[in-house]
Design a protein around this ligand. Structure first.
Ligand code: GLN
Ligand code: ZN
Length: 771
């Protein structure tokens, strides 16, 4: 029996990589310094796994921004617009330009698109393909990382995004071809990479082929067969692992077990039911890697349960064909529970139920020892402790609240309905709100500057009193309100300066949530999030946002939007309890948000935005399971939004959403206004809304806030016109793609001033047109 890790988190136990990248980007440190941080981190992570006793340790799981972008650079799929940078700058400069855009030295180039990694909250950079896309070995990162590992005494297992998964993650940038047609062009580069790795002494290679758990057409299935047969032909002696995760193999099972590789990894956390079938159909030439330790959640593994699974596998195929592993890469787990030392933040009772990446590595090793004939005393001790913690969690009084359960039981369909349909509400709202055509607004947050974050840090350390902190935030809020008034934004926001994070802020005020001090996971690039832990029944003891919304509204005659995070997003971006269905936890959160929406209305807030950026990423990976999810997710949103009068305008906001196939469900949410991401895709996403004739109002983002690049008025006007070509003017809002918290004030000011001008010009042109 062997142990392996599919991938280790790379950001560092204290987010060293984040800090190093940001310093380098801002010009404060050199490339050399950044590379040193990268080297230190990789070698620390290898050493940690080596000391724990992991048999196969991954390499190339490290990345300065994103593993898909790494692959894009490796195979030289550099889009045309970066050619100039490619010829002038270093590889890493080119790499960051592709990730973040480039606006320097007389060049002005947009970033590549970014989207969610399967159903996680990690974002990858989408590869761009042309019709006759050619590939070549461009970056040798994989090989150098392997050599570095070897020099530090680790014969690592390179982790490579599988050829088919890489192609399927990408996007055709012109019509008239299918990305799968590129297999023939790409295969030689993969062969070349493998050859180099073999040459340098690699014995194992892991191909991540998560697409094997998705719906695949015939062509894709044949391509899988073809590619792995070709690779096998060239490398009869290397050992290949094909890793699948986030779902079960289901109808792709026979394909997966027929691939001529050595080990198949399956996710038994997401889909434990697949074990029987897999064991039944696995050929003798194939070993099985059991993904039994949850790579995406923070709960301690239940050793007894896992041992039963291992035992079942061993008795069927023998221990030498069994591998023990986390369900997926540990990229989605926070680093180290041992760093959670502050008992006021994370109580010992809750902490004992949890395991982070480092602890999971040890769980894997312990499971292997426990599954062997004669586990030693320490290992048996670990088993006893594990049993105790699992038992404690099941019976803890911290978890259950009868009032919450009762309220969920009496919630009816009526609670999920507004009083009147949208067309009735629209008139009433217009009477009250009196908004112009093409109204401008923002998505909520304004720059979280160093000062703002400093105040919060100081307040937490006790260096600022609550009153001092409150005053500083009030000043910043007032300044932001005044500035929005000045430049002529129609619907203002308070800026969200009091919030650390759009989920954590709410979780901190809800019951049933726990927090960590250092439980960071990478979201995109250098951006990390610290998801709250939902461990018990959720409810809202007190109003959460009324104070700030009321304050902001008191400063101005214009409307200020109330800002809330929706139930699905709170669920999706938290570590969720695994002892009851997610839908039930979501409903509990929905009721808590409903209370907040109602309180905001009572406090005089007439426009309330309930952000649901995560609703689409929560979609099950298999289409057959979508409707079930959408039913409870949409219902949860509606429960939160439907306690208000017709005159109160409910907004929602979503990021990076491709809505084509769920547009009906988006409409079913029945928000009065929806703002969405659109600019990176040049309004392409809007087609879904146009074809469907989306009935309510919509604000397609006209500028990409994920890049420091400042768009011009003309650009935004152009996008607005594109939007107007498919959506009637009376339905359109003008806004950025997302919140501005990660941007600087100077960029924000320039961009929003231009945005307001673009909106004015659009309405002038529209007025002329309709004369
Ligand atoms: N209101 C949030 C903000 O502006 C929305 C962020 C998001 O959708 N990710 O920051
Ligand atoms: Zn957003």
């Amino acid at each position: 029996m062997r142990t392996h890790i599919l991938g280790y988190p790379r950001i560092g136990s204290n987010r060293e990589l984040k800090k190093a990248c940001e310093q380098y980007w801002s010009g404060k440190t050199s490339l050399h310094e950044l590379l040193e941080v990268g080297k230190t981190l990789t070698s620390q992570h290898w050493k940690l796994q080596q000391e724990a006793g992991i048999d196969l340790i991954p390499c190339n799981d490290f990345s300065y921004y994103d593993q898909v972008l790494d692959m894009t650079l490796t195979v030289g799929a550099i889009p045309e617009r970066y050619q100039e940078i490619a010829s002038q700058k270093s590889e890493l400069e080119l790499y960051f330009a592709m990730a973040r855009g480039f606006q320097k030295d007389g060049l002005d180039i947009t970033a590549m698109e970014m989207t969610k990694w399967f159903d996680t909250n990690y974002h990858y950079i989408v590869p761009e393909f042309q019709k006759n896309q050619e590939f070549k070995l461009f970056s040798d990162k994989i090989i150098t990382e392997f050599i570095t590992a070897k020099r530090s005494g680790v014969n690592a297992k390179p982790v490579i995004i599988g050829l088919l998964t890489y192609l399927l993650l990408g996007k055709e940038k012109e019509s008239g071809f299918d990305k799968l047609d590129l297999v023939q062009n790409l295969l030689p580069v993969y062969i070349r990479i493998i050859k180099e790795l073999e040459h340098h002494g690699a014995e194992w290679i892991q191909f991540d082929e998560a697409f094997l758990v998705l719906d695949l057409n015939k062509k894709a299935k044949e391509a899988f067969q073809f590619v792995y047969t070709e690779i096998r032909k060239q490398f009869p002696n290397l050992k290949f692992i094909v890793a699948t995760y986030f779902e079960g193999l289901k109808d792709n099972l026979s394909l997966a077990v027929s691939l001529p590789v050595d080990v198949l990894h399956i996710d038994l956390v997401r889909c434990p039911e697949q074990l029987d079938e897999v064991l039944h159909s696995i050929p003798e030439t194939l070993s099985l890697s059991l993904g039994i330790v949850d790579g995406r959640n923070i709960w301690k593994n239940d050793f007894e349960k896992s041992l039963a699974i291992i035992k079942q596998a061993v008795s069927k195929i023998g221990s030498n064909r069994v591998f023990i592993a986390p369900s997926c890469s540990l990229l989605h787990s926070p680093f180290d529970l041992d760093l959670e030392k502050n008992e006021e933040i994370l109580s010992p009772e809750i902490k004992q139920w949890m395991a982070f990446a480092k602890q999971k590595v040890y769980e894997i090793v312990n499971l292997k020892k426990l599954a062997s004939e004669n586990p030693d005393y320490n290992t048996l001790q670990a088993l006893a402790e594990n049993k105790k913690a699992i038992e404690n969690r099941k019976t803890s009084t911290l978890i259950h609240n009868q009032d919450v359960k009762n309220r969920v039981d009496v919630t009816t369909e009526e609670d999920a309905k507004r009083n009147n349909p949208f067309n009735v509400r629209k008139e009433i709202q217009q009477e009250v709100l009196q908004l112009p055509l093409f109204p401008t607004t923002t998505i909520g947050s304004f720059p979280q500057t160093k000062e703002v974050r400093n105040w919060r840090a100081k307040f937490k350390k006790g260096e600022l009193t609550a009153e001092q902190y409150d005053n500083l935030l009030k000043q910043e809020t007032e300044r932001t309100i005044r500035w929005q008034e000045e430049i002529g934004i129609d619907v203002l926001v308070h800026g969200e300066f009091e919030r650390n994070d759009m989920v954590e802020y709410f979780g901190e005020q809800l019951e049933g949530f726990a927090f960590t001090q250092n439980g960071w996971v990478q979201s995109y690039g250098s951006r990390c999030v610290k998801p709250p832990v939902i461990f018990g029944d959720v409810h809202r003891p007190n109003p959460m946002t009324v104070y700030w919304s009321k304050y902001a509204q008191s400063l101005t005659q214009q409307w200020v939007k109330g800002m809330l995070t929706g139930p699905v997003t709170i669920l999706q971006w938290s570590f969720v309890r695994d002892d009851q269905p997610r839908s039930l936890t979501c409903k509990q959160i929905a009721l808590a948000i409903r209370d907040e929406v109602n309180d905001l209305e009572k406090a005089g807030i007439r426009i309330i935005q309930i952000d649901e950026p995560a609703i689409r990423e929560g979609l099950p990976l298999r289409k057959s399971e979508w409707q079930n999810y959408l039913k409870w997710a949409v219902e949860a949103f509606r429960i939160s939004a439907s306690g208000v009068e017709d005159a109160t305008q409910i907004h929602t906001h979503m990021c990076y959403s491709e809505f084509n196939d769920i547009i009906q469900n988006i409409a079913d949410m029945d928000a009065d206004v929806i703002t969405i991401e659109c600019s990176r895709s040049q309004m392409e996403l809007l087609n879904a809304f146009a074809d469907f004739k989306y009935p309510n109002e919509i604000g397609p983002g006209v500028y990409d806030i994920h890049s420091p690049r400042v768009p011009s008025k003309e650009e935004m006007l152009q996008l607005l016109k594109k939007a107007h070509a498919v959506i009637p003017a009376q339905q359109l809002w003008v806004n950025p793609d997302c919140g501005l918290k990660t941007r600087h004030w100077d960029e924000t000011e320039k961009a929003l001033i231009a945005m307001v001008e673009a909106s004015r010009e659009a309405s002038e042109e529209f007025a002329l047109e309709t004369l």
